[in-house]
Design a protein around this ligand. Sequence first.
Ligand SMILES: [Ca+2]
Ligand SMILES: [Ca+2]
Length: 187
Amino acid sequence: MGKVNSKISSEDCAKFLKKTSFTKKEIYQWYKCFYKSCPEGFISKEQLLNMYYGVFPCGNPRNFVDIAYKAIDLNNDGSITFDDFIITLDVCKRNSNEKIDWIFRFFDVDNDGIINKKELTNFVDAIYQMLGKKEVESLLDNTVEKRVNTILSSLNTNKDIITKEDFGKLINNNQTKELLAIIKLMI
Ligand SMILES: [Ca+2]
Ligand SMILES: [Ca+2]
């Protein structure tokens, strides 16, 4: 699939200088680092899975990694290449609407601009599976259903869906803080 290169081309470097807030030196370093870990030119799902197993050894991160892989694959071509990686890193550095848009991708799997109850349930379920049974038992909302209801009721919208506007409010909400912290663990 990908090409094996230890040095980024000047065209690509110029492209990322334009698209991200990284310096030329940082882009060169990230590129070197990326190809050292991923000589094939892409991060495989197994690699991402192993990373999460390292952080959550008592849980099963498989479903979460399915969601994460899709969300990080920004150009939807089925693999996480350096383009996806560097732009994801850049977005995560920011405190902006772009960051909210990016996190929204984790929830809005069918990409219709709305998080429905099923998507929210699948997301919370994936996180709970990744945390593991023991960890989940210690939570106040110790079932997926309870957590989903808490999140939805915290919005006070009386609806089973979350719009991007609602989601912006949710980002700073205590009910989702730990879920979002898990997303941030990946970088
Ligand atoms: Ca991609
Ligand atoms: Ca959706």
